[in-house]
Design a protein around this ligand. Structure first.
Ligand code: DGJ
Length: 556
């Protein structure tokens, strides 16, 4: 639902008119390219229950890694990263584009650095996801150009309740929005010009970890006035329409007023810091929506926003308040229809917990950031297998000294080999993922006629590795025939039972390890004897990463 008439909420008609006027003035310089796009350009498409990223007309799995924040400011620095990321089997690098560097002087754009990076990526057979470090980066506005930072009259800051300023641009300023929109549109127009034929750039992140600190909402006069005003009808209508499907946390919050369908923010949602956060979230979403929508008018690449998660369980404002967080999914979906995906950034161990929350409300899973650590390899398999994720991307990917030894390299190797099969099976119900560790060491998957019990290899007790040192185990299981499975991963042991009462026992007919070349299975060793515990189980030991093709049979 587009919200073109309520950018800043009722009571802010002057601000709205200001932005309109600025954008209308800019229009002649900002020709609309979206109509010229062909279906071969990157886009999102539904397949069954999954959403796939289409690149050059075919589904694509992002085996990604995000650069450290300052890496993409130097062409010389970037030249050295491609060898490293290739050794880790990446197909995509998430790279920042810095507002301060592309528009160092107002209206004077310099794309030389990002152009070089695009050419470097292209010549290294690598795709890019651009991260627009514009108005906000981790709540702050540190990437705003100097001419924005120094002119606080023209580009107002988000004030605290005591009236003090901070280096966070206000979400309630038409000047701030128009300046960001102009830069972002110009960037997207440029990317269209130099890259639409190649699709090196496949997605764009709008801003980075938006969220208010150190209070739940900002206190500029415009924000205070909007907070005293009515909940915008666009949000109210959305909530009323989706009352039975909005996320539980929001529904509970709204229930305190008996689901009022009009009134001020505090009348509808109660007087609390949670309401202040809802309010701030709505205005952030509206702002990001306009940035994304205007960027898409130049080049309609899929666009997403990312969130700093509240894993410490503190109050809004102590964590970045109002970002695209799980309890605010509906606010963001209602306020930012031009944003295609709301993404979690993982710097905490609650991987399943947050992914479960983010895959509500038909939100596709794309993980743009996760701390670069040994558990990533198993987590990538689980994200793709279980959540049908569009992609996965450890942060500061170029920082490793031993790229081939990273678990993500081993995991991406398997995912890359199986990508044809994975993409064909996404959203069809025939693919699953597992993630096991010392605490959660056994799970069960029902697939076709079979019930597969998957355990952490450590449970066998054969390795001598003490439980506290077990690495994360993970896998992808794809049913490729009535009795046939492709199983890829590390540290897993699988036994099978069946739902078939006429032939209630299950045996292994054949197990082979192998590799996939261009989508074709190339068998290696036939596995039996000790490798299958004399026919009792399928096993990929801890520390090993491989693919097996397994045929089962049922008997009485
Ligand atoms: C999350 C941010 O989104 C990244 O840009 C980076 O600052 C990391 N945190 C650092 O840990």
């Amino acid at each position: 639902m587009e919200q073109t008439t309520s950018w800043f909420g009722p009571g802010n008609a002057m601000l709205r008119a200001g932005v309109f006027a600025l954008l209308i003035l800019l229009l002649p310089f900002l020709p609309c390219r979206a109509q010229q796009q062909s279906s071969g350009l990157p886009q999102l498409k539904k397949q069954g229950t999954a959403v796939q990223l289409m690149v050059k007309g075919a589904p694509f799995l992002v085996l990604g890694g995000e650069l450290g924040n300052s890496s993409a400011s130097s062409v010389a620095y970037m030249k050295d990263i491609w060898g490293t990321v290739k050794k880790m089997q990446l197909n995509t690098v998430l790279t920042p584009v810095y507002w301060e560097l592309i528009e160092p002087v107002e209206n004077k754009f310099d794309f030389s650095v990002i152009d070089s990076i695009i050419y470097q990526a292209r010549s290294n057979d690598m795709h890019l996801v651009l991260l627009w470090f514009g108005t906000w980066k981790n709540s702050m506005s540190c990437y705003a150009p100097g001419w924005v930072k120094k002119d606080v009259q023209r580009f107002p800051r988000a004030l605290r309740s005591d009236g003090s300023g901070q280096e966070i641009l206000s979400a309630f300023s038409s000047n701030n929005l128009a300046a960001d929109v102009k830069a972002f549109r110009t960037l997207m127009r440029h990317i269209h010009e130099i890259d639409a034929r190649y699709s090196t750039v496949i997605m764009v992140q709008v801003e980075n970890e938006i969220g208010m600190l150190p209070e739940p909402r900002e206190h500029t006069p415009a924000a205070d006035a909007a907070y005293r005003g009515q909940v915008p009808p666009a949000l109210m209508d959305y909530l009323v329409k989706h009352k039975d499907s909005i996320v539980h946390e929001l529904k509970v919050h709204w229930s305190y007023s008996g689901y009022r369908s009009s009134g001020t923010w505090e009348q509808v949602f109660g007087k609390s810091i949670a309401t202040e956060e809802l309010f701030q979230a709505w205005h952030y979403a509206q702002y990001a929506n306009i940035v994304a929508r205007e960027g898409k008018a130049e080049y309609a690449l899929p666009m997403f926003v990312n969130a700093a998660l509240n894993h410490r369980n503190v109050d809004p404002g102590l964590y970045p308040s109002g970002g695209p967080l799980p309890h605010l999914l509906d606010i963001w979906q209602a306020g930012a229809p031009a944003i295609d995906i709301l993404s979690p950034d993982f710097y905490n161990p609650r991987f399943k917990y947050y992914n479960d929350l983010y895959t509500r409300r038909n939100n596709p899973l794309f993980i743009p950031e996760i701390r670069f650590e040994p558990s990533d390899g198993a987590k990538a398999l689980y994200a793709v297998g279980h959540y049908q994720a569009i992609g996965f991307s450890p942060f500061s990917i170029e920082s490793t000294q031993k790229p081939e030894e990273e678990t993500v390299a081993k995991s991406y190797d398997l995912l890359r080999q199986l990508s044809h099969m994975i993409l064909a099976n996404q959203g069809t119900g025939s693919m699953e993922g597992v993630l096991l560790d010392t605490a959660f060491s056994r799970t069960e998957i029902t697939s076709g006629n079979y019930i597969l019990s998957v355990s952490h290899d450590g449970l066998l007790g054969w390795s001598g590795i003490p439980r506290e040192k077990w690495p994360e185990a993970g896998g992808i299981i794809i049913r490729t025939g009535e009795d046939e499975f492709i199983i890829a991963g590390t540290g897993i042991v699988i036994t099978a039972a069946t739902t078939d009462v006429t032939a209630p026992f299950v045996g292994i007919l054949a197990a082979e390890e192998g590799v996939c070349h261009d989508g074709k299975w190339v068998p290696g060793r036939r596995l039996n004897g000790d490798q299958t515990h004399q026919g009792r189980h399928i096993r990929i030991p801890m520390g090993e990463w491989c693919i097996q093709r397994v045929k089962l049979y049922r008997y009485k």
